[in-house]
Design a protein around this ligand. Structure first.
Ligand code: IPD
Ligand code: CA
Ligand code: CA
Length: 262
């Protein structure tokens, strides 16, 4: 069993509380699938409710920390060196379509570095978490990135820009380079879970651009603590600041990044 800090326990508890509310709302969305009414409004309320729960729990435990959440205003805390970075629901369009693949993502940043992260998938009851220097875990199991060494046996994941988001043709060119060399590619619709799946060896690598800090903050520390490598798609940039990311097992990082980054 991992030796967890009080802080990571607070983060996990907050994620679990929000999960209860989201699971109730997800059942409603599933019921709405066959109707002609769009569940869009309903889902944005579910999102807000979840964020409020997380914010309340984290502020109660650590009142001096700052806050960055997808659904609310940024807060600079009395302790300006620490802040939470939270996506209360990552995988919104899966949620909206009744697809059971979405997660809650909570990260703690200290002096511009992510030091703790929790990604909780309530449908599968999978809690991925890590603290700097303390390894990465899935529930009570230690995580390691994939041990596969041959690219042709590897599975990758990406995000494809939709609805006029920039970068579609670049991503399609990258996909063309990767596909003949690997055993498959997924577009699963949750950046947080994509990173958690690299950390757990389910995916060998992942890349995406156009993201926000809350999509990837928790995943970054979880991948690093499971022995994986993270970089931005732009040379020498911080993925948290420019929202473009590549994550890979240590075995394939060189080959994969040389394909994608050129
Ligand atoms: C989205 C998901 C998706 C990614 C999008 C994100 P949301 O987050 O992570 O996988 O491709 O760019 O915006 O909107 O579901 O929180
Ligand atoms: Ca997100
Ligand atoms: Ca979200």
């Amino acid at each position: 069993m991992p030796n967890q800090s009080a802080t990571i326990n607070v983060m996990i508890q907050a994620a679990r509380k929000a999960a209860k509310s989201l699971l109730k709302d997800f059942t409603e969305v599933e019921n709405l699938q066959a109707s002609t009414k769009s569940p869009g409004d309903f889902v944005s309320k579910a999102d807000l409710r979840a964020e409020r729960i997380i914010k309340y729990e984290l502020e109660k435990a650590r009142p001096y920390y700052g806050w960055v959440g997808e659904e609310s205003e940024e807060i600079v805390g009395k302790d300006p060196t620490r802040r939470w970075i939270v996506d209360p629901l990552d995988g919104t369009s899966n949620f909206l379509h009744g697809i059971p693949h979405w997660a809650i993502s909570i990260a703690l940043e200290h002096k511009n570095e992510i030091t703790s992260g929790v990604i909780y998938d309530p449908i599968k009851d999978e809690c991925f978490y890590a603290e700097k220097g303390n390894g990465a875990w899935l529930n009570d199991k230690r995580l390691r990135v994939s041990g596969r060494t041959k690219m042709i046996e590897m599975l990758f994941s990406t995000g494809i820009p939709f609805a006029n988001k920039p970068g579609l043709s670049t991503t399609l060119t990258e996909i063309e380079k990767i596909m003949p060399k690997c055993s498959g590619l997924r577009r699963d619709g949750s950046a947080a879970l994509d990173l958690a799946y690299v950390a757990s060896g389910r995916f060998d690598g992942y890349w995406e651009r156009g993201l926000n800090s809350w999509d990837i903050a928790a995943g970054i520390v979880i991948v690093k603590e499971s022995g994986g490598i993270i970089c931005s798609l732009e040379k020498d940039m911080n993925p948290l600041l420019n929202g473009s990311i590549l994550a890979a097992s240590d075995k394939i990082y060189e080959e994969f990044s040389s394909l994608i980054l050129t």
